[in-house]
Design a protein around this ligand. Structure first.
Ligand SMILES: *Cc1c(COP(=O)(O)O)cnc(C)c1O
Length: 396
């Protein structure tokens, strides 16, 4: 609050404090020096995190690693896809996702996404024949139609990996997102629901995938004995698979564990905040907030909306500038220079195909961070700034 009672522009990148319990656990570790997940015979913080996360998600196996990108890479390796296998993924995702496919010696095939940010089912169906795997990025927590995706992929025997980096706490028809495909991958990077700076976790019910991923994450010699699961599978794969050393260390687990009990409350607050701002934007003729799918209960910590009606690129850029001048950073994905979520910037893929549906969406889709800690006056400030910026540009 400013001295005159006005709300100041909120800082949309400031994180929440880490719970006090993390400080005590880290203090103990700094004294003992016990930072490596496999030093203790049992109950290392990383192992406890895996057990707690598996319980939270209701899955058999969880493997904590260095990032969600590492989890995606290990998922592809654990599926034992042949070199050069086609892996389908949405064209609207973060650059690290096609990168994980390249890293796993597979060929990324980009699938169109529509104006609701979700995978275009007709394009997915058309590109599916011959694919080795499908990665579904629930981008910014927007869930693609998992019923239809699982029906199509199951009918062709093609495994689905859920990139649920930004979807912890999202429900699909009552099921937890990240547990519907063969493997689910989550992120603990600072801009996600649980903040460890960096970190990721892979979940699966498949003991063979779990065993292979555990070994490849860097469970050298007989460290796999510290993981639950089929000990004979681990024994079989030991020394037959490379060790990529993508392990999580105990300090990260100590930061993550006390945040897990807070997830449900953060999810509820994030959704309430999102809907509060969305309700104020509703009815403006120059923008539209896409609805969730009927099966979906979202867990957002950001808001996406489309500029609708007649907008030139220059007007859309003017809107970005006007919002910034009013203290709120709004990015049009395709109009912010070098955006890592605009597929035409992924030059490491070589020649990227033209994807008109995704391009049209990216050129008018706006991205607004909405950290769950924001207060009602701050949310009202943000909504007023967005509407004010629209009025600055669209004066008629
Ligand atoms: C953040 C994010 C990633 C990457 O996660 P890291 O843990 O930083 O590797 C991948 N996919 C989506 C959809 C994300 O939001």
């Amino acid at each position: 609050m400013a001295p005159d009672g006005q709300t100041l522009p909120p800082d949309l990148h400031q994180a929440e404090p880490i719970p006090e319990a993390a400080r005590l656990a880290i203090e103990r570790m700094l004294i003992s020096g016990d930072l490596f997940r496999y030093t203790a015979p049992k109950d290392a913080p990383v192992s406890l995190l895996e057990a707690e996360f598996a319980e939270l998600l209701g899955v058999r196996f969880a493997l904590a690693v260095s990032s969600c990108s590492a989890a995606l890479f290990l998922s592809l390796k654990a599926l034992d896809l042949p070199r050069g296998a086609k892996v389908l993924l949405p064209a609207f995702t973060f650059a690290a996702v096609p990168s994980s496919v390249v890293h796993a010696d597979c060929e990324p095939v980009l699938v169109e996404c529509g104006s609701d940010y979700r995978v275009d089912m007709a394009d997915l169906a058309a590109k599916l024949p011959g694919a080795g795997a499908v990665i579904i990025s629930h981008m910014r927590g927007h869930t693609s139609d998992m019923d239809e995706i699982m029906r199509l992929c199951d009918a062709s025997g093609i495994p689905v990996i859920e990139d649920a980096a930004h979807s912890l706490g999202t429900l699909w028809d009552g099921r937890k997102i990240g547990t519907i495909g063969k493997v689910g991958c989550f992120s603990f990077q600072s801009y996600k629901m649980v903040n460890a700076g960096e970190g990721g976790i892979l979940v699966t019910d498949d003991p063979e995938i779990a065993a292979r991923a555990v070994i490849m994450s860097g469970a050298y010699e007989e460290n796999w004995k510290k993981h639950p699961g089929l000990q004979n599978s681990y024994g079989h794969w030991q020394n037959r698979l490379p060790l990529y050393n993508l392990r999580m260390q105990n300090l990260s687990a100590a930061v993550i564990r006390p945040q897990l009990p807070l997830v449900a409350e953060r999810v509820a607050r994030g959704l309430a905040n999102h809907d509060h701002v969305a309700a104020q934007l509703a009815g403006n003729r120059w923008l539209e907030v896409p609805e969730p799918l009927p099966q979906e209960v979202r867990a957002p910590d950001s808001l996406q909306f489309n500029l609708t009606g007649d907008w030139t690129d220059d007007e859309a850029r003017a809107f970005q500038r006007a919002a910034k001048a009013r203290g709120v950073a709004v990015q049009v994905f395709g109009l912010s220079e070098g955006n890592a979520r605009a597929y035409w910037n992924w030059q490491f893929l070589g020649e990227v195909p033209e994807l008109p549906l995704t391009r049209a969406m990216l050129m008018r889709a706006c991205d607004l961070r909405l950290p769950v800690r924001l207060t009602r006056p701050e949310l009202d400030f943000i909504a007023a700034a967005v509407l004010g910026a629209i009025a600055d540009v669209k004066t008629v």
